[in-house]
Structure formats: C-alpha cells, structure tokens
Write a protein that binds this ligand. Structure first.
Ligand code: HEC
Length: 322
C-alpha cells in the first residue's frame, strides 16, 4: 500500500516537472521579444510606415516563421539564437550593445530551449480544426477586423500540402495560399480547410486542383480575396455563381475552364478587377467586349496572343503562373 502511494506521488512530481520545463511561447518567449526586439523588428504599421529592421518581424508567430531565422529543433543553427548569444564585443549582437543588449543569460537559455524543443507557438493540436463553424458566411468574414492568423490553422494547412506565405513582410496578417507540387491531390475537402483562415487569405491559387463547383462554395466565403487562380479546374458557369460575394477581386484566372458567356455578368460586377484571363474557355469575343465595356480599367484576356503580356502591371506575377 505504502509503496503504491510513494510511486503515485513520484509519478506526479516527475510529471509536473516535465510540464514545467515546456517553454510556453506566449508566456515566456513573446515577452522577451516584445521588450527587447520589437522596437526594431515589428511589422505593425507605424505613423511613418517604416519597415522592420532586416525585413524581420518578431512580433507575430508568422513574422518569426517566415523570417528565415529559425531552424526548428536546432538553436545553434538558428540566426534568432545565434544573434542573441554572441559575445558582447560582437558587432552582430542582438539587441545591439547600445540598444539594450545583450539579453540576460536566463533569457538566452529560454530562447535556446524553446527552439531546440521545436519552436512551438501554441498547442499543436489541430484535431479541433477539422470541424468548421457553419455560421461563417461571406459577409461576416468581410466585416471581420484583420487579426493575426491562427498558427494552428496554418500548420494544419501545411500538413495537407499547402504553401502558406504572408503576401509581404510588412503585412504578415495577409496570406497567400497555393498548392505548388501537391495540386493533383487537392480536392474540395482540403480546399474547405482554408476557411479557418478566411479573414487572412487574400490570394488563393487552386490551379489544376480537383476543385469542383461544390468546392467553389467554400471559395465564395473567402470574402477578402484579391487574387484567385482557378485555371485548368473542372468548374463551370453553375459554380461561378457562388463567387458573387468576392467584391475585392482584382485578378481572376479562369483559363482552361468550361465557363461560357453566362459567367460574364458575375465577373462584370467585380468593380476592382484589373485583369481576367479567359482564354481556352467558351467565352465569345462579343461577351469579352461587353465585359471590357463594363470594366474599362480591366485587362480582359481572351486570346493566346495577349497571353505573352499577361502579367503587365502586376506585382509578383509568377506566383500566379499558368
Ligand atoms: C535597435 C534596433 C534593434 C533591436 C532592439 C534588435 N535588433 Fe535585430 N537587427 C537590427 C538591425 C538594424 C538588423 C540588420 C543589421 C544586422 O544584420 O546586424 C538586425 C538584424 C537581426 C537579425 C538578422 C536577420 C537576418 O535576416 O539575418 C536577427 C536574427 C535579429 N536582428 C534578431 C534580433 C533579436 C532576437 C532581437 C531581440 C532580442 C533584436 N534583433 C533586437 C536592429 C535591432
């Protein structure tokens, strides 16, 4: 009896110790970065609209993950650790010597352990994410304030083959999602999972995926989309209807789909549209000209000749390649 009790107690003591050693990003790491780094490394827009130093934003998990300074599980190879652990005399020391550096040895040790343990930003449990809130509708998403993207939702999408990147270092809240080498495996089910990041996604590349008209209903709820690539997917006019709430669209690629003139009235309502690609579809010249009349500032690309110049005036066009 007694021995059992001792073993039980021992178990609790060991167990609790194990827990206490896990580094909590929010409680232990974020406060160090906030007080010692973020005066220089922040992506938040300031009055002067200045960029973070070295293009590195340390004030959001996404900024840290996308900054190229983290080798998960290996602090010694991580610039984030190397820079804070240099000797006082080193020029590269962070924070700089006259700007609050170096960190205390306890702070340095915490950063090391956090990276070595896998640089986790929160619970890595994505189980709960597969169930979606069905009250989410396009209008509500559009009205939501932009907030930091949910890191668990990002890792969940990455696990199912998506590449998730902030559209710019200065705006880490806004995301671009694409399936670069995994597109052939991507169905409506995976595409539905993007809804977890609906307020943050502004660019979505579904080119060559197994997207169907059903899946377009999910896409239609991503109310902040500015760039959408649906080229070479199995969608047609009946699916396009689901996209009528995407009022912010500036760039739309429908190349190689089965759409016809029947989709033109919906496209004509995208007042911010700068370019739409319609070659290898059943859209007629007449319908394309009428679209051009409704949207005089937009480039309407119907024939393959115009394809050569298809990316004029567009930022980083290759991301939305054919
Ligand atoms: C006073 C402003 C300032 C503070 C405070 C500061 N940094 Fe920096 N940091 C810079 C500047 C400027 C650079 C670019 C020049 C260089 O590489 O040394 C830089 C570069 C870096 C780099 C290299 C980025 C790269 O892509 O190579 C890392 C990593 C870094 N800082 C981490 C930190 C960390 C971690 C802290 C807080 C513990 C911090 N910095 C605090 C100004 C600052």
């Amino acid at each position: 009896m007694r021995l059992n009790l001792i073993i039980l107690l021992l178990f609790f003591v060991l167990h609790r110790n194990g827990e206490a050693q896990d580094i909590d990003y929010k409680k232990q790491i974020a406060p160090i970065l906030a007080s010692k780094c973020n005066s220089c490394h922040t992506a938040k827009k300031k009055e002067s609209d200045k960029k973070p130093k070295a293009g590195l934003a340390l004030d959001t998990p996404l900024g840290i993950r996308s900054g190229g300074v983290l080798e998960v599980g290996d602090a010694l190879s991580s610039e984030l650790y190397v820079r804070v652990s240099l000797p006082k005399t080193a020029e590269d020391l962070m924070p700089p010597l006259d700007e609050g550096g170096p960190l205390s040895s306890r702070e340095i040790e915490l950063i090391k352990k956090w990276i070595d343990d896998g640089a986790r930003f929160g619970s890595s449990d994505t189980e709960g994410l597969t169930k979606l809130d069905d009250t989410l509708d396009a209008r509500k998403v559009l009205g939501m304030p932009v907030r930091e993207p949910n890191v668990d939702a990002i890792s969940h999408l990455e696990e199912i083959g998506a590449t998730v990147t902030p559209v710019s270092v200065a705006l880490p809240e806004y995301l671009s999602i694409e399936w670069i080498s995994t597109y052939h495996k991507i169905t409506d089910k995976e595409i539905e999972q993007t809804l977890h990041l609906a307020p943050n996604i502004i660019e979505l590349d579904l080119s060559r995926t197994k997207l169907t008209n059903e899946g377009l209903k999910h896409v239609g709820k991503l109310g902040r989309l500015t760039h959408l690539n649906l080229s070479r997917t199995g969608i047609d006019d009946s699916g396009i209807k689901a996209l009528s709430d995407l009022k912010s669209l500036e760039w739309l690629n429908l190349y190689g789909t089965k759409i016809t003139d029947a989709s033109i009235p919906i496209i004509a309502k995208y007042r911010d549209l700068k370019a739409v690609y319609l070659w290898s579809t059943s859209v007629t010249n007449e319908a394309a000209s009428s679209l051009k009349k409704s949207l005089p500032d937009a480039k309407v690309v119907l024939d393959t000749d115009a394809k050569a110049n298809r990316f004029n005036d567009l930022d980083e066009p290759n991301r939305f390649d054919f």
